[in-house]
Design a protein around this ligand. Structure first.
Ligand SMILES: NC(=O)c1ccc[n+]([C@@H]2O[C@H](COP(=O)([O-])OP(=O)(O)OC[C@H]3O[C@@H](n4cnc5c(N)ncnc54)[C@H](O)[C@@H]3O)[C@@H](O)[C@H]2O)c1
Length: 259
C-alpha cells in the first residue's frame, strides 16, 4: 500500500514508533527512524535507516528532515511520534515549570517544527501526509498528568489545523488517539496494566493507522471505545467529569493496594 513511499518517524527506537515503522516497511515503504540517540539496533532489526533527532530542538528536526530527503528523496509521510509524560505531584499544576516546558517542547513543538519544514514543499507538489501520535488523553484526560493532557490536547488541535489549513491542497493529516499501549512509557504502570479497555500492542496501533489511511479518516482510534467516550464527553460534560473522578478514586485504591 505504501510502496516506494518515504516515511520518517520520530521517537521510533521502540514502542509505538517501531510498530509503525514495521507496518510501513511491510507495506513496501522506505522508512527512516529517529530518536534521541541513534536507533542503530532497531533499524538493523527491522530494515529501517537510523537517524538522531531531538524533536524539542528545531535545528535537530530540520537536520533530520534534510538528511532523510538527501539520503532517500522527498518525504511522503512524516510521523511525529516522540512523546513524554510526567506526573502532577501532589496538586494539579504541581509539576515544575521545566517539566511543563519539556512536555510542551516534545509533545507540541516537535510537530510544529516538522510541519514548518515540510508543509511549504508539500503544498507546492500537492501532496504529503502528516501523522501525529497524540493520545486518548488529547481528547479526554490523563489522570495524574495535567501537563500530558494539556499538551496532547494541543497536539490534537495542531493536527486538526493541518487538515483545515491544507486539506484542500492535497495534504492529509491523521491524529492517533490510543489509550494504553505496551511500551517503555507504560512499563510497570498499574493504570495501563489493569486498564479495563485493554493494553494494546504497538502493531495494533499501526494497523489502526493503516485502516484510517485507507478509509481517509482523520482520527485513528486503536481502542474503538475512545470514540464513544469522546462523544459522551461532548454530550454530557458533567457526567464525564464525575465518571473521571470515580476512575481517579479507583486508580488511587489500586495504587494503595499495590503498596
Ligand atoms: N504507550 C501508551 O500507552 C500511549 C498511549 C497514547 C499515546 N502514546 C504516545 O505514543 C508515542 C510513543 O510512545 P510509546 O508509548 O511508544 O513510548 P516510548 O517511550 O517507547 O516511545 C517514546 C519515544 O520518544 C522518544 N523521545 C523522548 N523525548 C524525545 C525527544 N526530545 N526527541 C526525540 N525523541 C524523544 C523516547 O526516547 C522514546 O523512544 C508518544 O507520543 C506517547 O505520548 C502512548
Amino acid at each position: 500500500m505504501f510502496k516506494n513511499q518515504i516515511v520518517a518517524i520520530t521517537g521510533a527506537s521502540g514502542g509505538i514508533g517501531r510498530g509503525l515503522a514495521e507496518m510501513f516497511i511491510a507495506e513496501g515503504a522506505t522508512v527512516a527512524i529517529s530518536d534521541l540517540t541513534l536507533p542503530t539496533e532497531t533499524a538493523k532489526e527491522i530494515g529501517a535507516a537510523p537517524y538522531v533527532c531531538d524533536v524539542g530542538d528545531e535545528k535537530s528536526v530540520i537536520a533530520f528532515i534534510d538528511s532523510v530527503q538527501t539520503d532517500h528523496g522527498p518525504i511522503d509521510i512524516y510521523i511525529s511520534n516522540a512523546g513524554i509524560g510526567s506526573g502532577n505531584g501532589r496538586y494539579v499544576g504541581g509539576a515544575s515549570n521545566e517539566s511543563w516546558q519539556a512536555n510542551w517542547q516534545v509533545n507540541v513543538m516537535g510537530s510544529i517544527y516538522a510541519a514548518r519544514a515540510l508543509v511549504p514543499s508539500w503544498v507546492e507538489r500537492g501532496s504529503g501526509r502528516f501523522v501525529i501520535t497524540a493520545s486518548a488523553a488529547g481528547l479526554l484526560n490523563q489522570i495524574g498528568s495535567a501537563s500530558y493532557s494539556c499538551t496532547k490536547h494541543a497536539a490534537v488541535s495542531f493536527a486538526e489545523s493541518i487538515a483545515i489549513e491544507h486539506g484542500d491542497q492535497g495534504i492529509k493529516s491523521h491524529c492517533i488517539c490510543p489509550q494504553y499501549v505496551r511500551s517503555n512509557m507504560t512499563k510497570g504502570m498499574p493504570m495501563a496494566e489493569g486498564s479495563k479497555d485493554g493494553l494494546l500492542e504497538p502493531k495494533d496501533v499501526a494497523n489502526a493507522l493503516k485502516a484510517a489511511i485507507e478509509a481517509d479518516e482523520f482520527y485513528v482510534f486503536p481502542h474503538k471505545v475512545v470514540k464513544d467516550y469522546f462523544i459522551n464527553r461532548a454530550l454530557h460534560p458533567d457526567a464525564y467529569l464525575s465518571g473521571m473522578r470515580k476512575l481517579k478514586a479507583k486508580v488511587g485504591e489500586a495504587f494503595k493496594n499495590k503498596g
